[in-house]
Ligand binder design. Structure first.
Ligand SMILES: NC(=O)c1ccc[n+]([C@@H]2O[C@H](COP(=O)([O-])OP(=O)(O)OC[C@H]3O[C@@H](n4cnc5c(N)ncnc54)[C@H](O)[C@@H]3O)[C@@H](O)[C@H]2O)c1
Length: 255
């Protein structure tokens, strides 16, 4: 029970990686508050967890709203009496070159992938400072470190998350707060599968084909990312701070 008594907030909790992270923390003893966009999906998922003996709480809302980001942290502090771990997992992937990227795609990517992380960290850090301890795990991407083709808004937002993580990690190490980011390459979740579906390609076949391009032999499953997120949030990573961890199966974005 690595996370016994730990009070954890997880964004994007009903998504592909998010569900795996929520369940991992719940199984390992944490008090979990997850969030996602849809009230209906959150409620249904919370019931589903309860039926499998995992007690969680949730707050549904739009991370593009500063008020919601602040309310999520405030709600966790009210319900749990504090916050020990923040997992900034929610994200969106507008696809396109700069010519194909509309204002809405650009601002949505920055609002969800970057600015929400800023609002959530800014709201959570004072509580962690007060406790003299805390851990934050952000979600960047290998595509933020080595920008891949045709995803200008996404890569820019994820690069900024990596920079924000290193900056905050350095600024708050002295407060006992460790801030790191995980950088997955491709992961078998709705985010990846929806790209194939949109192009009329069968996602199962496409993921199997894509797996052949990964030196470790397969596209990452959500559990393989969740395990690294949990490691970064755990005591086992007590000397890991202000850094990004690539979880790519040795697959380069390019080169
Ligand atoms: N799947 C991949 O190949 C991959 C690769 C690298 C990084 N990532 C990152 O991992 C994280 C999780 O992605 P995933 O693959 O599980 O995708 P996903 O689409 O399954 O889950 C993302 C979740 O974020 C939520 N979300 C999006 N916008 C929101 C908003 N405005 N307000 C509240 N919630 C919102 C969605 O509803 C969804 O449940 C993301 O940050 C993503 O960028 C994914």
């Amino acid at each position: 029970m690595r996370f016994d008594t730990k009070r954890v907030v997880i964004t994007g909790g009903t998504g592909g990686i998010g569900q795996t992270v929520v369940e991992l923390f719940a199984r390992e003893g944490a008090q979990v508050m997850f969030s996602d966009h849809s009230e209906e999906d959150c409620s249904e998922y919370c019931d589903n967890l309860r039926a499998r003996d995992m007690q969680t709480r949730y707050l549904a809302g739009d991370l593009r709203q500063k008020k919601f980001c602040e309310a999520l942290i405030a709600e966790a502090v009210t319900q749990f009496g504090g916050i020990d771990i923040l997992i900034n997992n929610a994200g969106i992937i507008p696809r396109g070159t700069i010519i194909e990227t509309t204002d809405d795609m650009w601002f949505s990517a920055l609002d969800v992938n970057l600015t929400a992380v800023f609002f959530l960290c800014r709201a959570a850090i004072p509580h962690m400072q007060q406790a003299g301890a805390g851990a934050i795990v952000n979600t960047s991407s290998t595509w933020g470190i080595y920008p891949g083709p045709g995803h200008v808004a996404y890569c820019t937002s994820k690069a900024a998350v990596a920079a924000l993580t290193k900056n905050l990690g350095r600024d708050h190490a002295g407060d006992g707060i460790r801030i790191n980011a995980v950088c997955p390459n491709e992961v078998n979740t709705p985010m990846l599968r929806s790209g194939f579906q949109r192009r009329g390609i069968d996602p199962d076949n496409a993921i199997a084909e894509l797996g052949k391009t990964v030196p470790l032999g397969h596209v990452a499953e959500p559990e393989e990312i969740a395990d690294v997120i949990a490691f970064l949030a755990s005591e086992e990573a007590r000397y890991v701070c202000g850094t990004t961890i690539e979880v790519s199966g040795a697959k380069p974005v390019y080169g």
